[in-house]
Design a protein around this ligand. Structure first.
Ligand code: SF4
Length: 345
């Protein structure tokens, strides 16, 4: 039996043909699965009984199950979802004025070893499949429905546990699936992939011809510090990232976001701000400044707000556009970098 959520639109069309059906079946099924969000073949009323019986015999509609939930005072929702093999990952819904962004995990654990990160405390166990990523979105919508929240996931950020570009093929198939007009139809500009800077995949992504947003976690603008914070920098140092970003900008004509986590006395000085401005120089990019949420396993401290303001002023004086990220779910540890499965499964 195959999980029907594993298919993107093109592969579902091929699958239907292999089954002896017409390719338009893929459109019908996509509408049931993702537009009407029906997860029971017997309710798919415009499909013939024979076809429904065939579907039941060959496929199942497998979503992860919710094993824990937390709702913060700001309405951030965190779900711990259990996958088929017992592994658990977290997914969080962040409420912005412009919509509801779901932070999706892409791997069980992570191998990138960023020194400040809670999610990466568990080493990578495996990549998530397409159906496990789309499953996070579907169970969040189901959960919203169950608490009578009429809203739905409107944006997706691939910033949960895992490095999305270390699971490149599945992540791209997932993005195409949720972007498909017969499916969830999330606009490409409502989807953001965040990478710690895997250079070959930035080039590859630039060639995909997608309008999806790209965010790069920088956190330091000199190699010495970045090597300490993010060991991946030893393989792909700042100069290489910059070359890849220049290629991306040329190919896509889009802006890039540089994420910059502010760590007290580590990367939040005036000098650090100037270094960051020098790095960005005239790249078509803006900076997302992120307040650090302290965790007991790490010694890093959050920057003083006065320092954050000075840091941002320096960027502004150097014509670098930046925003200070709103904080989410502080009281349930769902903020970015703190998505952590309580159980490694
Ligand atoms: S910050 Fe992202 S890439 Fe780095 S260890 Fe954590 S999950 Fe992995």
């Amino acid at each position: 039996m195959k999980n029907l959520y594993a298919f993107d639109f093109e592969s579902l069309k091929e699958e239907m043909v292999l089954l002896g059906e017409k390719p338009y079946r893929a459109k019908q099924l996509f509408q049931w699965l993702y537009q009407k969000e029906i997860d029971d073949f017997s309710l798919m009323s415009d499909l013939s009984l024979t076809f429904r019986a065939l579907l039941k015999e060959k496929y199942f509609l497998g979503k992860p199950t919710i094993s824990d939930t937390q709702i913060a005072s700001d309405n951030t929702i965190k779900l711990l979802v259990e996958l088929n093999d017992g592994h658990k990952v977290e997914t969080a819904l962040l409420r912005y004025r412009y919509g509801n962004a779901l932070c999706v995990s892409t791997q069980v654990g992570c191998n990138m070893n960023c020194s400040f990160c809670a999610s990466g405390l568990l080493k990578k166990q495996r990549n998530l499949s397409v159906e496990e990523m789309v499953g996070q979105l579907l169970v969040m919508n189901d959960f919203l429905k169950s608490i009578n929240d009429e809203e739905k996931v409107s944006h997706v950020v691939l910033m949960g546990t895992g490095e999305p570009f270390d699971n490149y093929e599945n992540v791209l198939r997932f993005v195409r699936l949720i972007n498909h007009p017969f499916g969830l139809a999330l606009g490409a500009r409502k989807i953001t992939i965040s990478t710690c800077g895997l250079v070959p995949q930035i080039y590859q992504f630039a060639d995909e011809g997608l309008q999806v947003n790209l965010a790069i976690s920088l956190h330091a603008a000199n190699n010495k510090l970045r090597n300490q914070l993010m060991p991946i920098n030893k393989a792909y140092p700042l100069e290489k990232i910059k070359e890849a970003v220049e290629y991306y900008l040329l190919k896509t004509n889009r802006r890039v976001t540089f994420e910059y986590l502010l760590l007290k006395d580590i990367n939040d000085s005036i000098r650090d701000a100037h270094e960051l401005a020098n790095y960005i120089n005239n790249l078509q990019a803006y900076v997302n400044l992120i307040p650090y949420n302290e965790i007991k396993e790490k010694d890093y401290k959050r920057s003083e707000m006065s320092n954050v303001q000075i840091f941002q002023k320096v960027l502004t004086s150097r014509q670098v556009t930046s925003t200070l990220r709103k904080e989410f779910g502080y009281d349930i540890s769902a903020a970015c970098g703190q998505l952590r499965a309580k159980s490694s499964g």
